[in-house]
Design a protein around this ligand. Structure first.
Ligand SMILES: Cc1ncc(COP(=O)(O)O)c(C=O)c1O
Length: 486
């Protein structure tokens, strides 16, 4: 079990509660059900420290952070380079408001991100969490059309099963029932169009074929309602929260062309897939196919209109998000009239410590040739996972960069598969949380070939342990059915 039972107090009387037990009393944990007894009260895993891809609990037990702590960590925990940058920043300026003031980390980060898009996108608008960045992009898009004389363009389009965060605006473009349905009366629901998720391929159909079908559905909507639609929002290449649904890059290029044709903004939500996760720094760079290191940069007109970043941009250290946009979009907000201004703000907008962590993260990309080395890591991962890829209990085995995923066959997964897998993983030094019956790893960029093999071995043994009772159950059912039939 992750958290040991309460230890006896030093006075020998009442046991002192563990940190996990105190947390249950004191903290309302995110994305966690408060269940009535007897299921209630499973304490969370109390982490004392981290180092590289490892997390350690108070007893010194290690766990491999197989999903980078909700997809934020890039270069391992307690990374010496990011730590040093933050220590220096702490002694300089920890925070100052970004309205009427500025500071070097916010400016340098904005400049460097513009350079990474070849100058296509800039004007970094900072916030803290991913959902805030999505809110900002949606508001900016609507406000742009209003400022340019098209106030009727106020609807949004998202993909089936999309996830863009859980504030009210972000939930409006999120199509995951478990997060959205309870709040449906509060939401302005977007149009939901077919996802290009390659798992939907008909026999003999390619991933590009699925993307083409999805584009046709998008076009039908844009043709009909383009005059009312402000923007399409998509997660490029991988719809993460819905179960690491991967799709053909041709969808990106096709969506860009349709948005141009029907005068609709394109918002790329790279909160999870940005910062090298899919093989390029921005996933969008693959819009025209393979865009590995050394490839020609994407032409400016092929980029989205808005690009949201968060999670990995601060190396997984501090809450930081931002929206990049085209200069033509910012131009529409240049006016003396206050009603045309984008007056959105958050108290911690552009926090210097968070921006400094991001600069240190970008330094690591530059100094350590991370994108090239990640290609090698992606290969190690694919090779290590070969055994699992051949496991008949898994379907739709897929990989994009440093995201590897597979679905456990529905008839085998059983109830609460994700929770059972999580618990069984902890007993095997793995911190991992499947999404439904989608098993996936999304590790920090600090593992070597041996660790990839270790990870695959632990995944395999966890899967065997979790599916064993189900398999036994199936066998028992089959036996019973044959007895019934006899
Ligand atoms: C694609 C995407 N967009 C938005 C968000 C929301 O980010 P946050 O949880 O920081 O609000 C997430 C979070 O997982 C995400 O994966």
């Amino acid at each position: 079990m992750p958290s040991p039972a309460a230890a006896p107090g030093s006075d020998g009387l009442a046991p002192h509660p563990t940190l996990g037990q105190r947390s249950l009393q004191a903290v309302w944990h995110p994305c966690t059900r408060l269940r009535p007894a007897p299921a209630a009260g499973e304490p969370p895993l109390a982490i004392a420290r981290g180092e590289g891809p490892w997390l350690f609990d108070a007893q010194g037990q290690r766990y491999f952070d197989a999903t980078s702590s909700w997809w934020v960590n890039l270069f391992g925990h307690a990374n010496p380079a990011i730590n040093a940058a933050l220590r220096e920043q702490l002694d300089t300026i920890e925070h100052v408001m970004l309205a009427g003031c500025t500071h070097a980390p916010a400016v340098e980060l904005a400049e460097r991100l513009r350079a990474l898009t070849g100058g296509a996108l800039g004007n970094a608008f900072y916030a803290s969490d991913g959902a805030s960045a999505v809110e900002i992009a949606l508001k900016m898009s609507f406000h742009f059309w209003r400022n340019t004389g098209l106030p009727a363009k106020r609807e949004f389009v998202c993909l089936r099963h999309s996830y863009h965060g859980e504030t009210i605006g972000a939930l409006g473009v999120t199509d995951v029932a478990v997060f959205r349905d309870a709040y449906a009366p509060l939401l302005t629901q977007a149009h939901v169009v077919m996802s290009p998720d390659a798992r939907q391929a008909a026999p003999g159909e390619s991933a590009a074929g699925v993307a083409a079908r999805a584009l046709a559905e998008l076009e039908a909507l844009l043709r009909e309602r383009g005059g009312q639609i402000a923007a399409l929002i998509i997660e490029p290449l991988v719809q993460c929260a819905t179960g690491m649904a991967m799709y053909d890059p041709s969808y990106l290029d096709g969506a860009r062309a349709l948005c141009d044709r029907y005068r609709v903004h394109l918002i790329a939500d790279e909160i999870a897939v940005g910062c090298g996760r899919t093989g390029t720094f921005f996933a969008w760079e693959q819009a025209r196919g393979d865009a590995g290191p050394g490839a020609a940069p994407l032409a400016a007109h092929l980029w989205p209109d808005f690009l949201c970043l968060s999670k990995g941009i601060s190396g997984g250290y501090l809450p930081l998000s931002l929206v990049l946009s085209r200069d033509a979009i910012q131009q529409a907000f240049v006016a003396d009239d206050v009603a045309r201004s984008f007056l959105h703000s958050h108290s911690y907008t552009g926090n210097p410590l968070a921006c400094r962590a991001a600069l240190a993260t970008l330094d690591l990309f530059a100094q350590q040739d991370v994108l090239v080395r990640n290609r090698e890591r992606a290969r190690w991962l694919a090779e290590a996972m070969a055994g699992l890829a051949a496991d008949a209990r898994l379907t739709h085995v897929r990989q994009r960069g440093l995201i590897w995923a597979a679905d456990v066959r529905a008839e085998l997964a059983g109830a609460d598969f994700a929770a059972r897998f999580h618990q069984a993983g902890l007993a095997r030094e793995l911190l991992i949380r499947p999404l439904g019956r989608t098993l996936y790893v999304l590790p920090p960029y600090v593992f070597d070939a041996a660790q990839a093999r270790w990870l695959a071995g632990r995944l395999q043994s966890t899967l065997d342990a979790v599916l064993a009772p189900a398999a036994a159950g199936t066998a028992r059912r089959e036996q019973k059915e044959s007895l019934d039939a006899a």
